[in-house]
Design a protein around this ligand. Structure first.
Ligand code: FAD
Length: 405
């Protein structure tokens, strides 16, 4: 009998977890497993803000996919998926067409600009290793150039972060840690640097414990961040942004660096392939399959699951993507063995920790609030755990964070 072919698109948290769990669960004779990813490396998306600020080298946030998969069981193809032809059960990639019997879509997220004019063209987004490297180099370039110009341009030293959610706050923590170092390196007066966080919502880190949020804001303000809360970015231009608080208070802020961190949507491949979706995210069945498509699983940021307690979607996180990968692998193993009863996915939220730089953080873990060094230690443990779950102790030793004192 012909072996079923399982194709996994994306080797991020969701896709790679599916692959490494599946290779343990399924025998070589039971299925062909193909993993497709744009790059030959996996990157820790949750560390990209560090690479973007330049506090962690981009090589530290990535590792070779072939090092963590069992190459006897999983064929890795480096290619870019373009579209899924659902009816024909095939994936169109930049270089090929790949047929499948079962498909896992784990292509992650893209920035959501909510139609704000100029953002796509003039703002950076922390989306992958290449983007992170570009942001870091752009920051360095502006510091390096400031003193070489006769007419000093304050916009070279003005950094705007759009969004005071998780990604925005974590990036601000790293950026404000890096700035004193950049000032020393490029002979720039620290007082001339401005770091502004613009947030349309009336609060920082919505959903987080207010006491912890106050701590985070105070810590970042101490490091020079100016918060503009309840203020919307109306437009990004070649030389900065236009913001508005209410109807009338419109302001133009000159800034050479604008980093948009206020929203993501699922991969555009989801909608381009005809899956029914909300902002690129498919509301999956309890067993993680796409409604109406019994051979297609969707995990990670391309999936949408509802928190029944509050009747709102869970925010997309690496924690959920990895847990989905585990369930998806078990469900695929069940399906190829002809079992009809699939496991229901229920997120097990162990906590959330938001870093405020390498040495500080806030968080709630196992029901306990924490901040400062303790939370920062916990954050590194969470980061190391993600490595362990995919590649075991050897990956932790190679890529782990041990600067924990
Ligand atoms: P990803 O892990 O992003 O992986 C997607 C993969 O698909 C990548 O390897 C990409 O190269 C590949 N890919 C994309 N398009 C294609 C294509 N067309 N063809 C082939 N391959 C493709 N979550 C937390 O739980 N905790 C945190 O502390 C946290 N911090 C974050 C900090 C930052 C700066 C960011 C940006 C996100 C953070 N998140 C955090 C969210 C978390 O990173 C995502 O929810 C998680 O990465 C989603 O996993 P995924 O598998 O869906 O996508």
């Amino acid at each position: 009998m012909k072996k079923p072919k399982i194709v996994i698109l994306g080797a991020g948290y969701g896709g790679l977890m599916t692959a490494v769990r599946l290779q343990k669960l399924v025998g070589v004779n039971e299925a062909d497993i193909v993993l497709v990813n744009k790059n030959d490396y996996h990157y820790e998306t949750t560390w990209l803000h560090e690479a973007s600020a330049g506090t962690l080298h981009h090589d530290r946030v990535r590792y070779d996919i072939r090092d963590v998969i069992d190459r006897n069981k999983v064929e890795f193809i480096q290619d870019t998926a373009i579209e899924v032809k659902i009816e024909e059960k095939k994936v169109i990639t930049e270089n090929n067409e790949i047929n499948y019997d079962y498909l896992v879509v784990a292509l992650g997220a893209e920035p959501e600009t909510f139609g704000i004019k100029g953002l796509k063209e003039h703002a950076f987004s922390i989306v992958n290793v290449n983007a992170a490297r570009q942001i870091r180099e752009h920051i360095d370039y502006n510091f390096a150039t400031y003193n070489t110009e006769e007419e000093k341009k304050e916009e070279r030293l003005t950094f705007v972060v759009g969004g005071a959610g998780f990604t925005g706050i974590e990036f601000l923590g790293e950026l404000t840690n890096r700035i004193p170092e950049l000032c020393r390196e490029y002979d720039v007066d620290y007082k001339k640097v401005r770091v502004i966080c613009v947030e349309a919502a009336p609060m920082v880190l919505p959903g987080f414990d207010p006491e912890l949020v106050n701590y985070a804001v105070a810590q970042l303000e101490k490091k020079g961040v100016e918060f503009m809360i309840g203020t919307a970015i109306k437009e990004a231009t070649e030389d900065g942004i236009v913001v508005a608080k209410g109807e009338d208070e419109v302001q133009h802020i000159k800034a050479n660096t604008v980093v948009w961190a206020a929203g993501v949507r699922g991969s555009s491949i989801i909608e381009n392939s005809g899956f029914e979706a909300m902002r690129g995210r498919v509301k999956v069945e309890p067993d993680l399959r796409a409604p109406g498509h019994d051979n297609v699983f969707i995990v990670g940021d391309c999936s949408l699951i509802i928190n029944e307690e509050i009747n709102r979607p869970y925010p997309p996180t690496a924690q959920i993507a990895m847990q989905q990968g585990e369930v998806c692998a078990r469900n695929l193993a069940a399906l190829i063995r002809g079992k009809a009863d699939l496991e229901t996915f229920t997120p097990d939220i162990k906590g959330t920790v938001c870093s405020l730089g390498e040495d500080d953080a806030i968080g709630v873990a196992f029901g306990k609030k924490m901040y400062g060094g303790k939370a920062s230690f916990m954050k590194k443990m969470v980061d190391n755990r993600a490595l362990y779950m995919i590649g075991g102790p050897s990956l932790v030793l190679k890529k782990g964070k041990f600067n924990i004192l």
